[in-house]
Ligand binder design. Structure first.
Ligand SMILES: Cc1cc2nc3c(=O)[nH]c(=O)nc-3n(C[C@H](O)[C@H](O)[C@H](O)COP(=O)(O)OP(=O)(O)OC[C@H]3O[C@@H](n4cnc5c(N)ncnc54)[C@H](O)[C@@H]3O)c2cc1C
Ligand SMILES: NC(=O)c1ccc[n+]([C@@H]2O[C@H](COP(=O)([O-])OP(=O)(O)OC[C@H]3O[C@@H](n4cnc5c(N)ncnc54)[C@H](O)[C@@H]3O)[C@@H](O)[C@H]2O)c1
Length: 489
């Protein structure tokens, strides 16, 4: 604490959670359920990135778009569609899902579980101490008996390019909260944010150019997923360009367009003029101003944790520091962070009660699913739903695997779902154990199929037993049967 700051109060808690995103909320909830006193520190909005600038607004934007695209593929329903997507209504529904960027409801929830909400910027202040700088500049010092849980999440990164400040680019925050639709939007990055936001703003009326420096979209999933999403985006009118990167930007008039200089690309054009540019090129941890140096850690770094979410570097110091969610870089997804939050809250409760931790793989306090069993849905048209490892990742890990593919349009449920249904499924089978280590579904309506695959992967259900899991007729789930038939020959 510096001498210029005025400390106005000190309070003691069993647990202090820094960051009230979805993950911090879950850790606090479980620690309270264990009977511990808990303070939750939040510098912006209770509910975090996910509620206001990520999952919720992005999915609220995408849902009407996908529903409309699906209706267009159904004779009978198609004829009832007489107008265009109403962008104003879509944006208004998005605003409702973010509670108009107000957090009263979530703040009440924190109070409802019996935790104290401390608004302000939290920083570690040596071991087992958290200082909170409040909006009026005053500081509260929170001293901690058992655990500090860091759940401060991540922020979008921007590349260090000439002209980037002048160009005032969008990050995921503007892409999920903009009140207006730009005429022309460039999206840089072919990861999940890039493809979802290209889908959304194109359908809302922008002319979208997606600029990808690699050879295809969604490099972390099976290659056919990126290919089918590329085809979907192109058909919807997005100009998808691969092998191209932005080398500089300029926006000479503050209200005027942005000109991008491009390197590479198929059409040889080296300039692109747009009204807005979104950089969707990955995330950085929110640890740069977190007092990490006061406990011997490097500011700005991801917090490396063990499978129990204890910060590895401090595990010798009584293991009081835990990190959950995006900030530990294990799996940058809300559901996976919430899982870590739940088991960390339980683990802190166990330690406080003097009980041993259950740290064995798949034990109550081990985030085992983070390694090899992470599910993710990309809400594009077509959707991508994947869990576990891809065939290439499995091979790189030294597993002897076989990948089995099936065109989803071949099952009765899919042909009923949409005329000309296009989609593909793949399972990756570990040949030595005869269990699934990965599954990927691409197509309309596959998101809700994913949990069946997650159960199979996490449960390590033998293929011989999966054969008895009979999918209902006529649903898209019958693709399971076809995949198993193909595997068994
Ligand atoms: C556009 C977009 C769409 C996404 N869509 C999905 C999706 O559909 N499904 C999915 O699973 N994941 C999605 N994600 C990822 C998801 O948003 C994150 O994985 C999730 O928000 C992580 O939760 P968290 O609680 O760890 O961090 P956050 O949600 O970032 O919350 C961290 C909180 O900590 C606070 N904080 C930070 N520093 C301090 C400090 N020093 N003191 C006090 N408070 C602090 C912040 O203000 C914030 O409220 C998406 C991400 C983006 C960018
Ligand atoms: N539906 C969902 O589950 C969902 C939706 C959105 C985001 N998320 C999560 O949020 C996280 C962040 O997403 P993201 O898309 O920002 O990151 P990402 O890491 O998924 O993708 C970023 C892409 O940008 C590329 N890139 C990096 N630097 C670049 C540069 N200078 N120029 C051009 N391209 C560059 C990378 O090669 C990568 O393909 C992800 O981990 C994702 O899982 C999840």
């Amino acid at each position: 604490m510096t001498s210029t700051q005025q400390e106005i109060s000190t309070a003691d808690y069993d647990v202090v959670v820094v960051g009230a995103g979805p993950v911090g909320e879950n850790a606090a909830d479980r620690a309270r359920a264990a009977g511990l006193t808990v303070a939750v520190v939040e510098s912006e909005l209770v509910g975090g990135e996910c509620s206001y600038w990520a999952c919720m607004p992005s999915k609220a934007l995408l849902r009407p778009i996908v529903a409309l695209a699906e209706a267009r593929r159904l004779p009978g329903a198609r004829e009832a569609l007489t107008g265009r997507l109403d962008a104003a209504s879509v944006l208004a529904r998005r605003d409702a899902f973010t509670s108009h960027w107000k957090d009263d409801g979530q703040a009440q929830w924190v109070q409802g579980i019996g935790a104290d909400l401390v608004r302000g910027h939290g920083r570690l202040d040596g071991a087992r101490r958290v200082s909170v700088t409040q909006a009026d500049g005053t500081v509260r010092l929170l001293t901690v008996r058992h655990a500090v849980v860091v759940a401060t999440g991540s922020r979008a990164v921007l590349p260090d390019l000439p002209g980037i400040a002048e160009a005032r680019p969008w990050t995921s925050r503007e892409a999920t909260s903009s009140a207006t639709v730009p005429n022309r939007l460039a999206v840089v990055g072919g990861g999940v944010v890039g493809v979802e936001m290209a889908t959304a703003w194109n359908a809302l009326g922008a002319e979208v150019t997606l600029l990808v420096r690699g050879t295809g979209l969604l490099p972390n999933v099976e290659p056919f997923a990126g290919e089918l999403v590329t085809a979907g985006l192109t058909e919807a009118g997005v100009d998808v360009r691969t092998g191209v990167s932005v080398s500089s930007l300029s926006r000479p008039a503050p209200d005027g367009p942005v000109t991008l200089r491009l390197d590479g690309g198929d059409d040889g054009s080296d300039e692109l003029e747009v009204d807005e540019i979104l950089f969707a090129v990955g995330r950085a941890p929110r640890t740069d101003d977190l007092g990490l140096d006061t406990v011997g850690l490097k500011p700005g770094s991801w917090l490396e944790v063990d499978d129990n979410c204890r910060v590895t570097a401090l595990s010798g110091d009584g293991g009081w520091l835990w990190a959950v969610g995006d900030v530990n870089h294990r799996a940058l997804l809300t559901h996976q962070g919430k899982y870590q939050g739940r088991l960390t809250g339980d683990a802190i409760g166990a330690v406080a009660a003097g009980r041993p931790l259950d740290t064995a793989p798949w034990g109550a306090h081990a985030a085992s699913a983070d390694v090899g069993a992470v599910p993710q849905v990309v809400f594009t048209d077509p959707e991508v739903a994947a869990v576990g490892v891809t065939a290439a990742q499995a091979e790189r890990a030294g597993l002897r695997v076989r990948a089995v593919d099936y065109e989803i349009g071949g099952v009765a449920g899919a042909s009923l779902y949409a005329d000309g249904y296009t989609g593909r499924a793949r399972i990756v089978v570990d040949l030595d154990r005869e269990v699934l280590v990965g599954a990927t579904f691409v197509g309309a309506g596959v998101a809700e199929l994913l949990h069946s695959a997650t159960v199979a992967v996490v449960g390590e259900v033998p293929i011989a037993r999966l054969w008895h899991a009979v999918p209902s007729y006529p649903t898209i789930s019958e693709v399971w049967l076809r995949l198993l038939e193909a595997y068994r020959g």
